[in-house]
Design a protein around this ligand. Sequence first.
Ligand code: BGC
Length: 775
Amino acid sequence: MSVGERRGRIRQALRRSARASGIVALLFSLGAGAAQAPSNAQLAGAELNRRVEKLLRQMTLEEKAGQLAQYSIGTPTGPGTGRDDYETLVRAGAVGSLFNVVGARETNHYQRIAMEQSRLKIPLLFGFDVIHGHRTLFPTPLAMASSFNPALVEQAMRMAGAEASSEGIRWVFSPMVDIARDARWGRIIEGSGEDPYLGAAMARAYVRGYQGKSLAEPTSVAASVKHFAAYGAAEAGRDYNTVDMSELTLRQVYLPPFQAAVAEGAATVMSAFNSLNGVPATANPQLLTGILRKEWGFNGFVVSDWTAVQELVNHGIALDGATAARKALTAGVEMDMESHLYGPGIPQLVRSGKLSQAVVDEAVRRVLRVKFALGLFEHPYADEKAAAYVATAEKRELARRVAEESIVLLKNEGGVLPLSTSGRKIALVGPLADSAGDMLGAWNGKGDPKDVVTLRAALERRLEGKAQLLYAKGTGILSHDPSGIQQAVKAAEASDVVIAALGEDASQMSGEAASRTRLGLPGHQEQLLQALAATGKPVVLVLFNGHPLVLENAQAHARAIVEAWHPGIEAGNAVANLLFGDVNFSARLPVSLPRSVGQLPLYYSQLSTGRPAGTTDLTRLPRSTGEKYISRYIDEQNSPLYPFGYGLSYTTFDFSPPVLSVPVLKAAAVKKRGQGVMRVKSQVRNTGKVRGTVVAQLYLGLRGASTAQPVRQLVGFERLTLAPGESRDVEFTLGFQELSFLDANAARVVEPGTQYELWVGDSSEATQHARFAME
Ligand code: BGC
């Protein structure tokens, strides 16, 4: 069985058992040496280090290697394949961490063996892929990023951490902070999108949510920031593929969310599968030791991704497992996830003189620090008597709020939305209208489809006695059978308006190992949509999907388009509240939506090029050399169909031109003062008829610098809720972090003689503009 198949089975088994038992920056980022956050400092305290050193002195080489080994329950540990093998290993002190162990009883079972039967009684650290919720599933991370509301995401992830820790899971493999600019990559849904500034803000929010004020709180879980680094730039969007990029791009675009998470105190980091500039990330000393430990002062430990240490052989930089283990460990990967190489291999490497004892000791120190900081030695067990999970009103309320703030209104032609209920017939069509499992999204942990309110269920409840709902599935998500389309068309013909719930399957079509080359609606869904549109009835397209899709076709056939992503357990209620206008749309796109796959990778903060297309009309073939020899396609526009930061509301907003607190800045003073050197103010007004929330966004462009800089880059955002006619000032503060950039030596600088452009508005196409000079 291949690794992939094996893991697929483990996940399936976990899902089954869960069901059965009923439980189941910144472009201009933080500077080097950022101040230590409380939890990072916690990992460096004198008392903690004293305890670590004392324990380390008592450990045999085998016990040390054991602390660096991590196994997933369900995979073979060696000679056998059953539970006994794990028990034997735990008893021998040959395991530091287990993951995919489900439920308090099970975690306690293994923990008791570690605490009562192993020689040194070092507690196990249990991990799990809690990615966007543990039992209460929130929208996928890409969806949550659409909220531009880090405080709300923090609150949601606090709940996720508390649910996980109640089962003895004190370590989550999240947040995934990989910047992703290629919609083909399935894992784009696991992160916060294309932008380093938004990505860093979200990264901090996840870490704060998981780790709370102190790792030692029983409801806190250690975060694992992943995948370090640049995994999101896999060539051609193909999963696990090679990454080759300049140090400038790495530091300006891909590292800021990691640095932000580490500065916030993330206790662990997960190394990535990909190679970076020829060196696999899992054996990359520049990343793992140079940047992470030395530059950023990271005190926690690094875990490899699943079998990534063994995969160094496939990458071609090790001829055997022992060499792979040595290279990974010396580069800075302290724990081996599932390669089964550290546990048995490290003692041999040390005894044969190929690996220094000091490297092993340092790795063990780091792992022990996290265990001590979590308070595991004092409180190793979960409470088995705690009440079984219930999706309480409080949990649902938070899940619904997050979903409502994550769903983006892309199009609303002729004000077809909000819908009214009274006396109308509404057709609900499509394979995602009533598909509970898909609402949970990819990486749905211990989520249970039974907790999901689908759109069909929500509409049935809401419309009962008020309007008639005609439901027809029409076609499957991936089905090649168009025979149901006719029935859907009949339902549409008999109705006043059609809601088409279309999109992607959550687990097969998005997440890991789910890259796509075609990004239209799969199966016969495009055909279904066209047939619905042909009835002449207004079609409201509600998309439930992971990948940012190519919507050119949908755009032509739907009067309204709602990007709901995979919104979690309150999917149906959240969508219904928005469609009927009980709640106003406020989400904004965290990624650019392409017009066609050929444009990928696509992102707003591109460099200008020597031959920018400027205002040339790119909708037609070039008719002159001036129209031809520029950076363009001959058959597609350069712009996205919908830009980053974009999203509609039931009201409209306008922004006054930005007003600057000072007309010019002096480079030397900016460097010296650091923070708060310029304030940028704009007046925002609700110009429509209903209350609404706008995400005010500030973009900055820089010209005349020694290295080419993006045409614009997000440097601030704020959600403002305004009553109709109400105005309020939004104020952003810029300092060295926002105004500086990397020069050719990757040093962070501000340069005299540069020109700064600012735009404020509610998308990356904001037009209200101001400019100032740096002297
Ligand atoms: C993924 C990680 C995940 C790990 C453990 C890997 O395949 O890349 O993101 O945390 O598996 O399940």
